[in-house]
Design a protein around this ligand. Structure first.
Ligand SMILES: [Zn+2]
Length: 53
C-alpha cells in the first residue's frame, strides 16, 4: 500500500483519502516541486531590498 499523501484544496487539510473527510471535496496530490516558490519570492525580496538600499 502506497502512502501517498493527498491534500484538500478547500481547507488545505492533508489526508490519504480520495475525498476530504472534513468537507467531502475531491483531494489532489501535491506536485513534488523541484524548485521552491518560497525561494523564488526570497529572491524577489532580496532584489527589492537591494533597490530600497
Ligand atoms: Zn476539505
Amino acid at each position: 500500500m502506497k502512502g501517498r499523501i493527498r491534500r484538500c484544496p478547500v481547507d488545505s487539510a492533508y489526508t490519504l483519502h480520495e475525498f476530504c473527510p472534513l468537507c467531502g471535496a475531491a483531494t489532489v496530490t501535491p506536485h513534488p516541486a523541484r524548485f521552491s516558490p518560497e525561494d523564488k519570492y526570497g529572491s524577489y525580496r532580496r532584489i527589492a531590498r537591494g533597490w530600497t538600499r
